[in-house]
Design a protein around this ligand. Structure first.
Ligand code: UGA
Length: 436
């Protein structure tokens, strides 16, 4: 099938390459010429395991091409809208500028019967508005939210847990739902659940899922706060409650909390939208989820200060990790980088290292010192702060080896990803988040 994908950021680039890899003829469109050039060479403009391979083979086989020219969308049967919806500069709501611009750019190139499939995360009610906007073209709007995780984006796109399609209650809507099944035929053949809903439900499924995940993380971080004043161990608590299949252990990782381009802005946008709808109280708890999350950053910084005797002035702190999570080079709202910046604000001598994210981190926070080599970064440190649980730190960093590099044997484990027993046995002072 001929497919166009408008917006070639994280979501769109992965979606375009994944759709080409299952045999569709895909054109990716974006206004950013540099991004389009890189993608046209088969190079991902960001770090995502497995993406380069499917990009390259798509481009080489000519199943996949990229352009800045919106008219290239003409002739495609399905047009995916995959642009970003960041937080507005002056508030909590989602900024729909890019979505509106993408749809407006697409409209002149639509033909009757085309399907416009929204993938961006939008406030509930947006699809209804966009449907009206495109109605005169004779194209049909569906809402098809994306649930991919960075670091697993290719797998999540090709083999999702579920597919959700919001359609209008018309014959066109039914036809669109059937046609989208053809787009996703390999996943559906594997038995992936296919859930057809109305627009509002599809839009809400996405924000509800992210709100639930954020709540789960903040729940366990709230338990970490209680553990800190009682001597309990939040990791054991999470293991124990996680054995209850109704609760589950995933996303009960207590630590410095969640960041990235999705969970923080999505819960804020959801709360803002609920308030607009006069139902602010229904999700007022998301404000608390946000507050708990941000307090964990304070806590991580405070642990470093306390561990270094109440003052970090001039102390050499090595921050292990800059990305908001491992397997990603994304530093948007990264708790890791936030902690580094705050320590620098307290006039610590901060060095940051990360296997993939230094380039992006440097662009946002050029005032920090970055060292690519992990061991070099740790040299002569007074304290280590682990804030992104890359294997390089979690599994491969031996406390005995680290001892030979640093000045002070102090480690603050902002992700509860190290083994306290082995670090303490090697003579280190170990501090976890909600662990005695
Ligand atoms: C999230 C959702 O998981 C995806 O399903 C969704 O599609 C995506 O947002 C989106 O809306 O596009 P992502 O932002 O890639 O995906 O990252 P997650 O894996 O959800 O992690 C988010 C943050 O939570 C990270 O900072 C991570 O370190 C933190 N986290 C995760 C914890 O602090 N504890 C945990 O137990 C799990």
């Amino acid at each position: 099938m001929r497919i166009s994908v408008i917006g070639c950021g994280y979501l769109g680039a992965v979606h375009a390459a994944a759709m080409a890899s299952i045999g569709h003829e895909v054109v990716g469109i974006d206004v950013d010429a540099a991004k389009i050039e890189a993608l046209s060479r088969g190079e991902a403009p960001f770090f995502e395991p497995g993406l380069d391979e499917i990009l390259r083979s798509g481009v080489e086989s000519e199943q996949l091409r990229f352009t800045t020219d919106a008219s290239a969308a003409a002739g495609a049967t399905v047009h995916f809208i995959a642009v970003g919806t960041p937080q507005t500069k002056d508030g909590d709501a989602a900024d729909l500028t890019y979505v509106m611009a993408a749809v407006r750019a697409l409209i002149p190139h639509l033909s009757p019967g085309d399907i416009v499939a929204g993938k961006s995360t939008v406030p509930v009610g947006t699809a209804e508005e966009l449907a009206e906007l495109i109605a005169p073209t004779g194209a049909v709007l569906v809402w098809n939210p994306e649930f991919l995780r960075e670091g697993w984006a290719v797998k999540d796109t090709l083999d999702p847990d579920r597919l959700v399609v919001g359609v209008p209650a018309t014959a066109d809507g039914e036809r669109a739902a059937e046609l989208l099944k053809e787009v996703y035929h390999p996943a559906l053949a594997k038995g992936t659940p296919y859930i057809v809903t109305n627009y509002a439900t599809a839009e809400l499924v996405k924000v509800a899922a992210n709100a639930f995940l954020a709540t789960k993380i903040s729940f366990i971080n709230a338990m970490a706060e209680i553990a800190e004043v009682t001597g309990a161990d939040v990791t054991k608590l999470a293991d124990a409650i996680g054995h209850d299949a109704r609760i589950g252990r995933r996303f009960l990782g207590a630590g410095i909390g969640f960041g990235g381009g999705c969970l923080p802005k999505d819960i804020r946008a959801f709360a803002a939208r609920a308030e607009q709808l006069g139902r602010g109280e229904s999700v007022a708890f998301l404000r608390e989820v946000d507050a708990i999350n941000l307090r964990r950053r304070d806590r991580a910084v405070q642990l470093v200060v306390d561990a270094l005797g109440g003052n970090v002035f001039g102390k050499r702190v090595t921050v292990l990790g800059a990305a908001f999570k491992p397997h990603s080079d994304d530093v948007r709202d990264s708790p890791a980088l936030d902690a580094a910046v705050r320590l620098k604000g307290l006039v610590a001598d901060v060095t940051v290292t990360d296997p993939e994210a230094i380039h992006n981190a440097q662009r946002v926070h050029p005032q920090l010192t970055y060292v690519h080599d992990r061991d070099e970064a740790m040299r002569d440190a007074d304290a280590l702060l682990v804030v992104t649980e890359w294997d390089e730190y979690r599994r491969e960093l031996d406390p005995g080896h680290a001892t030979g590099l640093v000045k002070g044997r102090v480690v603050i484990d902002g992700r509860n990803c190290l083994d306290p027993v082995s670090w303490r046995a090697a003579g280190w002072s170990y501090y976890g988040m909600g662990r005695p």
